[in-house]
Design a protein around this ligand. Structure first.
Ligand code: MRU
Length: 370
């Protein structure tokens, strides 16, 4: 499976992110897609934190896995044999990773998961191996979790459906498969005819650049639309369902996801379109009672002012589209209140309203502990 890549007629399958035995973390450089396919190599946790911050790797799941890899990288070069000192130094080193991006809870969840495995062993040499093994386990589990989300979600897609997705919650946003795109991919493999409308997703254009690239590689029929066009297509009755991912979901079911998700959810409700949120259980943050408690990242104004891509001669260009005197606001996530969500698609199955009760039941009842 993996991310399917076709370059110059050659086809290969590759994971979005992985860590080698020497602790070098490798990742598809998402800043360069769809026009260039390059692998970025990170030798240490500080470079990995840089890769997250600069969106060389992005998407909640991929960020989470890479953060787990960063713990293994940080642990590996600590030079003390005193376990208490080791733990203290490891914790300090991880601050740069914690500070990289605030909204996707998987980053914090996976750092804590690796740290708690390490804390149990009490011996520095063993701890370095435990950090490596636990991080690799998280990556493997992520693939399987997303595959299950694909299976449960595919049941919601009928032959002949047109669906809409926002941002990129595909294989590039995880290790493989993705969340919102997993049901679409799975339904396609099941032989269902599907059309996908892809919101371009200003300002970083994850939809136009990344989701469109993934669908193109998979041979799934898709059309990029401007973000403002979704209502037009819903009102015409063209769209049966919207599939989005999530960066963090509060205990009551409020969803933080890519900016523009909230407007889409309102449009979907107004036009009787299903609004599905696909996410692994680790995305549910029971420490946030509702969406108001979710930290929302603000990124540089330059993401609004400039676009980049290939010009007609094939040269890479960054061009300014806004007046030099203008200012911009760039919150990159918004919160969709739970009442706009039709269903959550998780690796344990579909979650229906009432969300607060059913989320609690699923998380407390599952193997997943918060
Ligand atoms: O800023 P990004 O590209 O890291 O944000 C990703 C998203 O918000 C996606 O929409 C996604 O649903 C969450 S990642 C599965």
């Amino acid at each position: 499976m993996h991310v399917r890549v076709k370059i110059d007629g050659n086809e290969m399958e590759i994971r979005t992110v992985w860590m080698e035995e020497n602790r070098v973390v490798k990742m598809i450089d998402q800043r360069k897609l769809p026009h260039r396919f390059e692998i970025f190599e990170s030798p240490d946790h500080k470079t990995t934190a840089f890769a997250i911050k600069e969106m060389i790797v992005r998407g909640a799941g991929a960020i989470g896995v890479v953060a787990a890899f960063a713990v293994a990288q940080a642990a590996n070069t600590i030079r003390t044999s005193n376990f208490e000192e080791f733990m203290k130094e490891l914790n300090n080193r991880l601050d740069v990773v914690r500070a990289s991006r605030p909204t996707a809870v998987s980053l914090f969840y996976n750092i804590n998961r690796v740290l708690s495995a390490v804390r149990k062993c009490g011996n520095v040499d063993e701890a370095k191996d435990v950090a490596y093994d636990e991080a690799q386990r998280i990556a493997e589990e992520s693939v399987e979790i997303c595959r299950k989300i694909g299976e449960f979600g595919a049941e919601l897609i009928n032959d002949g459906d047109t669906v809409l997705t926002h941002c990129n919650a595909g294989a590039l946003a995880f290790v493989d498969w993705g969340t919102a795109l997993a049901p679409i991919r799975m339904a396609h493999y099941q032989g269902k005819e599907i059309k996908v409308l892809v919101d371009e997703t200003r300002p970083w254009l994850q939809g136009a650049r990344l989701t469109a690239w993934e669908l193109e590689m998979e041979g799934i029929e898709h059309y990029i639309i401007s973000d403002g066009a979704a209502g037009y297509f819903m009102r015409k009755g063209f769209i049966r369902s919207v599939f989005v991912g999530a960066d963090r979901i509060a205990a009551n079911g409020d969803v933080a996801n890519k900016i523009g998700t909230y407007s889409l959810a309102i449009l979907a409700k107004t036009n009787n379109v299903n609004f599905y949120v696909a996410a692994p259980l680790e995305t549910f943050d029971l420490n946030c009672p509702n969406g108001d408690n979710i930290p929302i990242e603000e990124r540089s104004e330059d993401e609004i002012f400039y676009v980049w891509g290939l010009d007609d001669e094939g040269a890479w260009r960054r061009v300014r589209i806004a007046p030099f005197g203008s200012r911009a606001h760039n919150p990159v996530f918004d919160v969709t209140p739970h009442e706009y969500v039709t269903l959550f698609i998780t690796e344990k199955g579909l979650v229906k309203p009432p969300f607060k009760e059913n989320i609690q039941l699923l998380i407390r009842g599952g193997s997943h502990k918060k």
